[in-house]
Each structure stands twice: as C-alpha cells, then as structure tokens.
Design a protein around this ligand. Structure first.
Ligand code: GAR
Length: 200
C-alpha cells in the first residue's frame, strides 16, 4: 500500500535508550514505520517520558493489576489490537511476554539481548547480571543479539549479532556501556532489515 507505515509497539521497563535509538533511526534512515504504542510494566520509566515527549501513546500494564495471567495477556492483546500494532520490539522489557501474545505475533516480535546468544541468556539473565556473568566466565568477547521471540526465553532465531571485545580491567558497568553503544547500532539495523526485508 502506498505510504503505509508499518505500525510498531515497543515494550520497555527502564531507561528506553534502545527505544530512543530506534525512534531516531526511523527518521534518519527514512524507514517506513512508526511507533504507535509504548508499553511498560513500570509507569515511571524513562521510556514513557520519551514517548510522551513524542506523542506516542503509552500503556502501563503489569501482571499485578490482574487477578489471572489470562486476564493480563488478554489486556495486552487488546492494547495491541486497539493500536493496530503489526510488529513488537522488546527494548529492555524485563518481563516474559505471555505466550498467547508471542503466538499472536509469531515472527513479528524482536528482542535485543546484551550478550552473544545462545550464551548468557535465559531466566535471570538481564541487564547488569548478564555482564557480571560474562566477566565471571572470563570471556574475551561479548556483544549484542537481536532475535525473534518465541515461547522459550532468549531462544528464538537470531536475526543479527555483533561482537565487542571484553577489555582488561572491565567492570560490569564498563562492559555494559560498550555493549549498549553496540545495541544502539544493531537494533536499528535489525529493524531496517525487518521492515525493508533486504540485506544491509
Ligand atoms: C539493554 O542493555 C537491553 O539489551 C537489556 O536491557 C537494557 C535496556 O536498556 N535487555 C535485557 O537484558 C533483556 N534480557 P535501555 O532501557 O536503555 O534500552
């Protein structure tokens, strides 16, 4: 369809720096897509501030608001439907997406993970924990991975991956910062690949 912009939702829990880099990349690279929803389990997160500043609708959804997991999942599907979302981008969303949502958006949900999956993934492996584990294992390199989300945590097919070195004297924080810089390039590359469907 001429001039159709693919409608994206971003799910965040924290700062939202990946969301910001994706948002700016859409404009800078002229990618025919737009954010129509920012969903978070934490209403006070940086991602919501950014969304508000850019007139992107926000929805706060936390499992705690619901009596059952099914009701939570149904509310998430309703929000996605109401905003006519076509693709979901998990960007620092530190909760498991309900299986019914994963299934409804099979092949249409991406996640970014701050390590070289399949290493250092799975339950408990998020944020600074990942970088601590990488350093404790004595790895010589780390990196970032963008993958499709399937019902198994951090196990879906990899779309793009990029390595960064682990440097002598690295702390979890210094490694996190190097990996995050890499993420801010990698996620826009992956989104462009997804939307344009071409090799970069
Ligand atoms: C990013 O490093 C992202 O890869 C990580 O959380 C951070 C969010 O930062 N995600 C995970 O660990 C998921 N397992 P951001 O809010 O500034 O984008």
């Amino acid at each position: 369809m001429a001039n159709h912009k693919t409608r994206l939702a971003v799910f965040c829990s924290g700062t939202g720096s990946n969301f910001q880099s994706l948002y700016h990349a859409l404009k800078e690279r002229n990618i025919p897509a737009e954010f129509t929803l920012c969903l978070s389990n934490r209403p006070e997160c940086g991602a919501f501030s950014f969304a508000d500043q850019h007139a992107i609708p926000t929805v706060h959804l936390s499992e705690k608001q619901f009596d059952t997991h099914g009701a939570f999942a149904a509310a998430m599907l309703k929000a996605l439907d109401e905003h006519a979302v076509e693709y979901i981008l998990l960007a620092g969303y530190l909760r498991k997406v309900p299986e019914s949502v994963v299934n409804a958006y099979a092949g249409k949900t991406l996640n970014i993970h701050p390590a070289l999956l399949p290493k250092f993934g799975g339950p408990g492996m998020y944020g600074i924990n990942v970088h601590k584990a990488v350093l404790e294992a004595g790895e010589k390199e780390s990196g970032a991975t963008v993958h499709f989300v399937d019902p198994e945590y951090d196990k879906g097919p990899v779309l793009l991956q990029h390595k960064v070195p682990v440097k002598p004297g690295d702390t979890p924080e210094s490694l996190a910062s190097r990996v995050l810089d890499c993420e801010h390039q990698l996620y826009p590359d992956a989104l462009e690949l997804l939307i344009r469907g071409t090799e970069l």
